[in-house]
Design a protein around this ligand. Structure first.
Ligand code: ADP
Ligand code: MG
Length: 615
C-alpha cells in the first residue's frame, strides 16, 4: 500500500469542525439524514449523467443506497453506487468550503458572538455533521469516470485528513463512522431504521439497512389518484411540507397539453406568514421524471401563491437545463400558466363543494388572494371570484361572493356597492348605508384596510362596476315624511349653513339619500375616498403641512333637527351657528374623519349648558 498523503483542512472548515465536534447538540441523528441525502444526490447526478447518454464505470449497477450497522464494532456505514469522487473532488468537496449550507452557517457564526449550535441542523452542514458522532470518518470513493482510480479519505476531525490510493473499489462512495462512546446508539439497527424512515422515506433511490429495504413509498405523484391512500398523501405532505399538521387542501392532477404535467400540491393548514415567521418561500419542488431539477422552484407559480407546498413533475423539461436558466425559460412561463389556472379553478370548485374548508382557507389566506388581485393582472378575473365579504343581505359572520351578490341584484341596480367600515355595527349605522337599506339594495361590508385598493384594482366584476357606497349618487325612493322642510326652506337653510360654516366645508346641499341622520359629509374629490385620505394622512409625517381637506355637507330636510334649525337661525343666531358647527362635526365623526375632538367637546358643553338653562 502506498504512503498516505496528508492534507490540512481549510481554516473555515477547521473552525466549523471544532464547533460540530464540541457541540452538545441534541439532534445528533440528523447526520444520518445528511449523509443519506448526499448519497441520494450522488445517485441522482449519476442518473442524470446516464440519462443524457454519458458513459460510466460499472454502468449496469443501478444507483442505490446501503446502510449497515455493526453493533460490536460500534460503526455505521453509508454506501452508495452514485457518481463517486476523484482525488481532486475529495480534496475540493471534503476539505474546502465550497457549498452553500456551510457558507451560510459560517456567516451566521461570524455575525453572532455566542453562536447557536442548534442551527447546525437547520443549515444542514452536511458531511461534517458526521463528526458530531464519529471519532474517525473513513470515506472510500471511486468516481464513475471509467479511468479514475479509487481513494480512501480518512480523518479524525482535528487538523486534517489523509488520502491513500484504494485501487479496487466499486463505483460510488462508502462512508464509515467509528462512533464516539456517547454515540454508540447509532450502531443499533432499530434506532437507525427509525431515523431513516423519519427523514428519508421519499428518497427516490432504494435504501437498504443491513440488507432490508426501508423506503418503499416513493414519488406518489406519478401514481394514479385512485391507488393512493389518504395516509400516503399525509405522509408525503409531512415530508415535502415539513409540517406535521394536515393540509387544508390537496390538488393532485395530471395534464397532457400543452405540457405533460403531474402535480401534487398542498395548501398548508396555517398561514405561516401571519404567525410572524417572515415571508414564505414557495415550497414546490420541480422534477423531471422523478429527478429533482429544482427544489423550491422559483417562477413556477406567481408570488402570491407562495404558501403552496408540493411537487410538480414535467416530462417536457429538457434534462440538461441548468438551474440558473430555468427561471426565464418560456417553458417555465408555460408551466406557470397551466398550474396557476388549474389551481384557481380548483379553489373555485372547492368553495362550492367544500364550503366549510374554503371558509377556513379564506380566513387564513385572503391576504394572498388580495395581493394577487393587486399585483397579477392576468388572474384578476379568476381571483375576483374567490373573494368573500360580509354583506347587508346576510347575517353577521356569513360571507358572500361577488357572484352571489350579482345574482341577488334587482334589475334596476347597475353597480356593485361596497362600504369600507371597521365593523358590522358601524356599517349598519353608517349614514352612507341609509339609502341602501331603504331601497333594499345589498351592500358588501369591507373590514380589511386593504380592501379599498383591492376593489379599485378589481374595478369590475361580471361587467358591473364596483362602487363605494359613500360615492353612490342615489336618492331615496319614498317622498318625505310629514314635517320635512319644504324645498325652498331647505335650500335657504343650506345656503345659511354654507355662509355660517364658511371655509370649513365645500358645498352644502340638500340630500335625497338620508333617513336617520341629520347630515352627512361627502368627499368633494371624485377619486379620493375618506379612507384613502385617512391612510395618506397617516403616512404623512407632518400633518400640518398637508392641505386642509374640505368635504361637502349634505343635509336631511326630513330630520327634526333641520326643521328646528331653520326656525332657530332666525331667533338665536349665535346658538344656531354653534349647532351648525356641531352638526358638521357629528357628520365627520360618522365618517371617521374627526381629527381632534377637543374643540367639539368644548362646544358641546356650551350647548348642554344652554339647553339646561332653558329648561
Ligand atoms: P452539500 O450537500 O450541501 O453540498 P455536504 O457537506 O453535505 O454539502 O457535501 C459536500 C460535498 O461533498 C457535496 O456537495 C458533494 O460534492 C460531495 N459529497 C458528499 N457526499 C458524497 C457522496 N456520497 N458521493 C459523492 N459526493 C459526495
Ligand atoms: Mg449535503
Amino acid at each position: 500500500m502506498s504512503k498516505p498523503e496528508s492534507h490540512h483542512f481549510q481554516a473555515e472548515i477547521q473552525q466549523l469542525l471544532d464547533i460540530v465536534i464540541h457541540s452538545l447538540y441534541t439532534d445528533k441523528e440528523i447526520f444520518v439524514r445528511e449523509l443519506i441525502s448526499n448519497a441520494a444526490d450522488a445517485c441522482e447526478k449519476l442518473r442524470f449523467h446516464q440519462s443524457s447518454g454519458g458513459a460510466a464505470h460499472q454502468s449496469d449497477i443501478a444507483p442505490a443506497i446501503a446502510v449497515s450497522t455493526d453493533d460490536k464494532a460500534g460503526t455505521i456505514t453509508i454506501a452508495d453506487t452514485g457518481l463517486g469522487m476523484t482525488h481532486g473532488e475529495l480534496v475540493e468537496n471534503l476539505g474546502t468550503i465550497a457549498h452553500s449550507g456551510t457558507k451560510a452557517y459560517l456567516k451566521q457564526l461570524a455575525e453572532e458572538k455566542k453562536p447557536d449550535v442548534g442551527l447546525i441542523g437547520q443549515f444542514g452542514v452536511g458531511f461534517y455533521s458526521a463528526f458530531m458522532v464519529a471519532k474517525r470518518v473513513t470515506v472510500l470513493s471511486r468516481s464513475f469516470v471509467p479511468e479514475e482510480p479509487g481513494w480512501q479519505w480518512t480523518s479524525e476531525g482535528g487538523g486534517g485528513y489523509e488520502l491513500t490510493p484504494a485501487p479496487d473499489l466499486p463505483r460510488g462512495t462508502k462512508i464509515t463512522l467509528e462512533l464516539k462512546d456517547d454515540a454508540k446508539a447509532f450502531a443499533q439497527a432499530d434506532n437507525v431504521e427509525r431515523i431513516v424512515q423519519r427523514y428519508s422515506s421519499f428518497v427516490p433511490f432504494p435504501i437498504e439497512l443491513n440488507g432490508k429495504r426501508l423506503n418503499t413509498i416513493q414519488a406518489i405523484w406519478t401514481r394514479s389518484k385512485q391507488e393512493i391512500k389518504a395516509e400516503e398523501y399525509n405522509e408525503f405532505y409531512t415530508f415535502v411540507g415539513h409540517d406535521h399538521d394536515q393540509p387544508l387542501f390537496r390538488l393532485h392532477f395530471s395534464a397532457d397539453a400543452p405540457l405533460a404535467i403531474q402535480a401534487l400540491l398542498f395548501v398548508p393548514g396555517r398561514n405561516f406568514e401571519s404567525m410572524g415567521m417572515g415571508r414564505m418561500d414557495s415550497e414546490v419542488n420541480l422534477y423531471c421524471r422523478k429527478v429533482l431539477i429544482q427544489a423550491k422552484a422559483k417562477g413556477l407559480f406567481p408570488d402570491w401563491l407562495r404558501f403552496l407546498k408540493g411537487v410538480v413533475d414535467s416530462e417536457d423539461l429538457p434534462l440538461n437545463i441548468s438551474r440558473e436558466t430555468m427561471q426565464d425559460t418560456s417553458l417555465m412561463q408555460k408551466l406557470n400558466k397551466v398550474l396557476t389556472g388549474r389551481l384557481l379553478k380548483f379553489l373555485d370548485e372547492q368553495s362550492e363543494k367544500e364550503a366549510a374548508a374554503y371558509e377556513k382557507f379564506y380566513a387564513e389566506y385572503q391576504r394572498f388572494l388580495k395581493e394577487g388581485v393587486v399585483t397579477d393582472f392576468t388572474h384578476k378575473e379568476a381571483l375576483g371570484k374567490l373573494l368573500r365579504f360580509e354583506s347587508s343581505a346576510l347575517d353577521k359572520g356569513k360571507l358572500a361572493s361577488l357572484a352571489d351578490y350579482v345574482k341577488r341584484m334587482p334589475s334596476e341596480q347597475k353597480d356593485i356597492y361596497c362600504l369600507l367600515t371597521p365593523n358590522r355595527a358601524a356599517a349598519e349605522s353608517s349614514p352612507y348605508f341609509e339609502v341602501f337599506r331603504e331601497r333594499k339594495w345589498e351592500v358588501l361590508f369591507l373590514y380589511d384596510p386593504w380592501d379599498e385598493f383591492v376593489m379599485e384594482h378589481l374595478h369590475t366584476f361580471d361587467g358591473k362596476t364596483l362602487k363605494l357606497a359613500e360615492k353612490a349618487e342615489l336618492n331615496l325612493l319614498e317622498t318625505k315624511k310629514a314635517g320635512a322642510l319644504p324645498e325652498a326652506a331647505a335650500k335657504s337653510l343650506a345656503q345659511w349653513l354654507k355662509e355660517t360654516l364658511g371655509d370649513k366645508v365645500g358645498e352644502v346641499r340638500v340630500s335625497q339619500r338620508l333617513v336617520e341622520s341629520p347630515a352627512v359629509v361627502v368627499d368633494a374629490d371624485k377619486f379620493m375616498t375618506a379612507s384613502m385620505r385617512r391612510m395618506m394622512k397617516a403616512m404623512k409625517q407632518d400633518a400640518e403641512t398637508a392641505a386642509p381637506v374640505k368635504h361637502d355637507l349634505e343635509i336631511n330636510p326630513a330630520h327634526p333637527i333641520m326643521a328646528r334649525l331653520e326656525v332657530m337661525r332666525l331667533q338665536d343666531g349665535p346658538l344656531a351657528a354653534s349647532v351648525a358647527e356641531q352638526i358638521l362635526d357629528n357628520a365627520r365623526v360618522a365618517a371617521g374623519l374627526l381629527e381632534d375632538p377637543r374643540t367639539m367637546l368644548t362646544r358641546l358643553n356650551q350647548l348642554l349648558e344652554k339647553v339646561l338653562t332653558k329648561a
